[in-house]
Design a protein around this ligand. Structure first.
Ligand SMILES: *Cc1c(COP(=O)(O)O)cnc(C)c1O
Length: 390
């Protein structure tokens, strides 16, 4: 009778983590406060020493941020979650809390541009090196392992080419040498894919994307087992890339509609991908939900849908790709994704513009490639906008 009910993900998305104050508010409260007061000197001391649980200062914990962390942890099936100021802060906090000089990372070549830069430009200054693996074949990852490999890092599906990585196979490979598998779950979110269930050790989120879903705030999170997340928390609490309570509140409310948004946006993406594939002006479409995608079978096993990101190559080069962008009247020309408003990006000159041309070529990001992050508009209208310049 006293056992806690086990709720399904739809229920957790709107209920998990809510802590009501003395006022009994129905909606989650926004606690805009930098610090907290104590009843006595003794209580202050007990809070600081950790003898008594409770909030001290919002760089450490804040009730609104805690509600967001608990809700996201529930959705990911994680023991713990720590929120960060952005997705990149989540990656940086993970690297700096778990690695030391002399350690080695194996990362997929096809990852977010700033993540690539973090691994190749920033971490080497602290003695942490990275081997990049081209393609998604698990054997290539095994071949890149070194005795000092501590972390294997992938994004699946990847940005912008929607390459799909076999999470269960990569977890086994990482664990063979005692390394951790870290999965950036930005593109799928827990509404479509739960990496921890497949053997991953940690999940990275850019909450800026689908978790908020309406392009309002920056945020990030790291989810996983208690022990690892506690290490990340200790770093973050001291170093300071904490999520603001306001942003946490916005994203917390965003989680309530995450699943229906992901389902609707995925359905729109599949429809658009089919239409683009049938269009003679389109050279190639990259979408995991299409049977033509090289890892379609794996994607359908690992994810609930193909996701909401469609990439495609126009016939021609940069001029032809830019013409499609410049002819649009509705789609938002922006580097962001994960919004209910459809966004259109030319990765080679924006998100992936700062990585070396060689690395870009190795990742398969050509000048003719465009990325559409499908929102909630009618697919007819999205297609019509793209057709103006195609
Ligand atoms: C945007 C993004 C990030 C970085 O997140 P920010 O919130 O912008 O710092 C990391 N990974 C992926 C896959 C992203 O799309």
């Amino acid at each position: 009778m006293n056992e806690k009910p086990q709720y399904q993900i739809d229920t957790l998305a709107v209920r998990a983590g809510q802590e009501r104050s003395q006022f009994g508010e129905h909606s989650e409260a926004l606690y805009l406060t930098s610090s907290f007061v104590f009843d006595s000197a003794a209580q202050a001391a007990a809070r600081f020493s950790g003898e008594e649980e409770g909030n001290v200062y919002s760089r450490f914990t804040n009730p609104t941020v805690t509600m967001f962390q608990e809700r996201l942890a529930a959705l990911e099936g994680a023991e713990a979650c720590i929120a960060t100021a952005s997705g990149m802060a989540a990656i940086l906090s993970t690297l700096l809390s778990l690695l030391k000089s002399g350690d080695h990372i194996v990362a997929a070549r096809g990852i977010f541009g700033a993540s690539q830069q973090m691994f190749s430009n920033i971490m080497p200054r602290f003695g942490v090196t990275t081997s990049f693996v081209t393609g998604s074949a698990p054997v290539s990852f095994r071949a890149a392992l070194q005795p000092n490999t501590k972390l294997v890092f992938v994004e699946t599906p990847s940005n912008p080419l929607t390459e799909v990585f076999d999470i269960a196979a990569l977890a086994d490979i990482a664990h063979e040498v005692g390394a951790l598998l870290v999965v950036d779950n930005c593109f799928c979110t827990p509404a479509l894919q739960r990496p921890l269930d497949l053997g991953a050790d940690l999940i990275i989120h850019s909450a800026t994307k689908y978790l908020d879903g309406q392009g309002r705030v920056l945020g990030g999170a790291v989810c996983g087992g208690k022990v690892l997340v506690e290490e990340v928390f200790k770093f973050m609490r001291t170093a300071g890339p904490t999520l603001s309570p306001f942003n946490a509140w916005v994203i917390l409310k965003g989680l309530e509609t995450l699943k229906i948004r992901m389902q609707a946006q995925s359905a729109g993406a599949l429809d658009l991908a089919r239409r683009l594939e049938a269009n003679p002006s389109v050279a190639r479409v990259f979408y995991p939900g299409l049977p033509s995608h090289p890892q379609h079978t794996l994607a359908m096993r690992q994810q609930a849908t193909g996701g909401a990101i469609v990439a495609f190559e126009v016939k021609g080069g940069r001029a032809e790709a830019w013409r499609v962008i410049d002819a649009c009247r509705m789609l938002s020309i922006t580097a962001n994704l994960g919004d209910v408003k459809t966004t259109l990006t030319h990765p080679a000159s924006t998100t992936h513009g700062r990585i070396s041309p060689e690395a870009r070529a190795e990742s398969g990001i050509t000048e003719s490639l465009l990325r559409v992050a499908v929102g909630l508009e009618a697919v007819d209208d999205i297609e019509a906008d793209l057709l103006r310049g195609l």
